[in-house]
Write a protein that binds this ligand. Structure first.
Ligand code: ME8
Length: 654
């Protein structure tokens, strides 16, 4: 529950801002949709929400990606940013502010932070000598590198930097950070991550290099344009820009500090949990109420899903798969992917993403539990009550306790970011309602003419679907709207608000309108068979492919003409001849050929033949052979392959 104090202030939630060299993948989508669900919950409670996301554009890797695309960095960023904006739009992400770090307003705020910290002595000029990992955009000291001298985070090569640079005096704030975090542990969640941050800070915060030599990309250091501000220092400040720091004091006062800052676990310890908090301490600004680090989506073999590892899961491909396999609408498929991500893993832990798991949950949780309750209940209202929700008599409200429990669990889940627990509570309510229908058997009540009891049972069950729609609305907004429509509340102009999360608030007079099933069941056997058939086809195609060689493969075989200078039988065999061949090289080669039964040495001497010149040398019957002479014939050599006119030894044959 939001406290009164929080209600005066906006609910401010942030995601990381994503590097614009990438296109959004499932990992990015996880941070953003989770933040979206939390933001929607607070909006439903009537709070003023500022949900911030955006793109981090001043990275070196953006410059490199732009170069590879043949564009300047700004044009490249302008192009790629649309893939984030579009993806969030398609994934039902309703942010309030999208920041791009290349916007003038943000650049001005970054410069202002720099100026103030220079003035307070928190930033000073010195000399940087150390290592930099471009993919991670992180500075490392020699000691921090792993054994092979590689990046300790991603294991790739690092670059040596020796340059004049500015440093942020993070070392001055370590003790204060530890005190603050220990005093309010919920500032960094989950617990295991907080412990990592604390031990990192206790290990001694180093002053951080916060500039790079200006190579034309980044926010220039005010008054010293030979340098640009380090991408992380620049990016973290986006949270201040969005809140209006140094731009709009009133807005800032109403917004700061953030209530929740979400991020993946990889960018907590070094960046948000220490550098960011140290920056805020130096600026004398309040800490966010909670930094929450979620886990990673990994592959089945446990590898982090990321662009650089080439194993990305495209969320949109998963949406399309659901539409294709189930025939549901795209909006429903989007919500199903959101549901899967929130339900599959405890928020904070790692999870392995699989399309099979997604399809399985679609059937089991969405089609069976949720879809089933709707599909069996609404026809009953149509059949027995002309589709109209009636004012229930005494006896209604039998599921009130279950409703109360699910609401309490959902609220607790949203407040503590236990999205999985929140959904599990809703699904317990669904299963209680499905069981209730089975037990109370409205069809029997109808047959027995027990009208009052029948009206009460139908009311209770539809009331559950109403509350379920509200509880799942933050996570699955389109599905919730569709349920709202089907139970006739949309037509009555009733808004979805968290205040409605109480039993018995279903207004009599609502006219249910059953639609197509929201979650058509997927035939998982058919999918499995199809996947197996596709895999077989693919491996057949691969096999066929391996029968063929590419032009490039062919060109790797070095065929050359060679003149046979001498030929002798190889001792101990009647098949082999030892040839001395001039292949246009400094020295003639010795080649062993299986020609002895069809060709006499005399026939061969003086002959120009074709030689595989780059065949690995081999020892045949104790004789060294450097190459192979080409002859036609399946079982035995019937004819030598020879040029049809005179050519010099050593000519390339192709
Ligand atoms: O770090 N599973 O941006 P980014 C879960 N620009 N989350 C994942 C993930 C995965 N497989 N892969 C990435 C940056 N993420 C900086 C942030 S904020 C001031 C600057 C998450 O595009 C990752 O943990 O590399 C991080 O939270 C986010 O995606 C952005 O990653």
């Amino acid at each position: 529950m939001a406290t009164e104090e929080q209600r005066d202030k906006r609910f401010f939630i942030t995601t990381p801002i994503y590097y614009v060299n990438d296109r959004p993948h499932i990992g990015h989508t996880y941070s953003t949709t989770a933040a979206d669900a939390i933001a929607r919950y607070h909006r439903m409670r009537g709070e003023d929400v500022l949900f911030l996301t955006g793109t981090d554009e001043h990275a070196q890797k953006v410059v490199r990606a732009a170069e590879a695309a043949g564009l300047d960095a700004q044009s490249f960023a302008d192009r790629v940013v649309t893939s984030f904006v579009d993806m969030w739009d398609k994934m039902h992400v309703d942010y309030d502010c999208f920041i791009r770090t290349t916007e003038d307003e943000h650049k001005a705020v970054v410069a202002e932070v720099f100026r103030r910290l220079m003035a307070s002595g928190d930033i000073y000029k010195d000399h940087y000598e150390g290592w930099y990992c471009v993919p991670c955009e992180t500075y490392f000291t020699e000691d921090a590198l792993n054994e092979g001298g590689l990046c300790p985070d991603c294991g790739r090569e690092v670059e040596r930097l020796t340059e004049e640079a500015y440093f942020f005096r993070a070392s001055a704030y370590g003790n204060e950070l530890v005190r603050e975090i220990e005093a309010q542990p919920e500032r960094i969640m989950p617990d295991s991550r907080r412990n990592e941050v604390l031990s990192f800070i206790r290990g001694g915060l180093q002053d951080t290099c916060v500039t790079r030599a200006n190579q034309g990309w980044g926010v220039p250091v005010p008054g010293d344009e030979a340098h640009v501000i380090y991408v992380w220092f620049d990016a973290l400040i986006n949270y201040l820009t969005a809140a209006g720091w140094s731009l709009d004091d009133e807005k800032f006062a109403a917004t700061w500090p953030p209530d929740v800052q979400l991020m993946g676990k990889d960018i907590l310890t070094r960046f948000h949990g220490s550098l960011w908090l140290a920056m805020l301490t130096a600026l004398e600004l309040e800490f966010p109420a909670m930094l929450f680090a979620h886990g990673w989506w990994v592959t089945a073999s446990g590898e982090k899903i990321s662009k650089s590892r080439g194993n990305v899961v495209d969320p949109w491909a998963e949406v399309e798969l659901l539409v294709e396999e189930s025939g549901c609408t795209t909006d429903v498929a989007v919500d199903a992917v959101r549901y899967y991500m929130f339900r599959e893993v405890t928020f904070g832990l790692d999870g392995s993403f699989s399309s099979e798991g997604l399809l399985g949950r679609f059937n089991a949780d969405l089609a069976n539990d949720l879809g089933n309750l709707l599909n069996r209940t609404l026809p009953l209202v149509e059949r027995y009550a002309g589709g109209m929700i009636e004012q229930p008599g005494p006896g209604a409200g039998e599921l009130s306790e279950e409703i109360e429990r699910a609401v309490a669990r959902a609220e607790h889940g949203f407040e503590t970011l236990d999205l999985r627990g929140m959904l599990m509570g809703v699904w317990e309510l669904l299963s209680a309602a499905n069981k209730f229908v089975d037990e109370r058997a409205p069809w029997d009540l109808y047959k027995q003419g027990k009208k009052v009891e029948l009206a009460a049972v139908l009311y209770d069950v539809v009331d559950v679907t109403r509350v379920v729609a509200l509880l799942i609305a933050p996570a699955m907004p389109s599905v919730a709207e569709e349920i709202w429509r089907q139970i006739g509340l949309d037509a009555m102009g009733i808004e979805m608000s968290w205040d409605g999360c109480e039993a018995g608030k279903l207004p009599p007079g609502a006219q249910v309108r059953r639609g197509r099933p929201i979650f058509p069941r997927i035939d998982l056997d058919r999918v499995r068979q199809r996947v197996a058939a596709e895999a077989a086809e693919e491996s057949e195609a691969e096999e066929e492919e391996t029968d063929m060689i590419s032009y490039d493969d062919f060109m790797e075989i070095e065929l050359r003409t060679g003149k046979v200078l001498d030929a002798d039988p190889v001792e101990g065999t009647d098949k082999l001849l030892k040839l001395v061949v001039d292949a246009g090289e400094d020295e003639p080669r010795q080649v062993v050929a299986g020609l002895a039964q069809e060709f006499s040495p005399r026939e061969l001497i003086g002959q120009t033949v074709v030689l595989v010149a780059n065949l690995e040398p081999a020892t045949i019957r104790g004789v060294q052979s450097q190459g192979m002479v080409l002859a036609a014939g399946t079982d035995k050599p019937l004819a030598l392959i020879v040029p049809d006119r005179d050519v010099e030894p050593g000519e390339r044959v192709r």
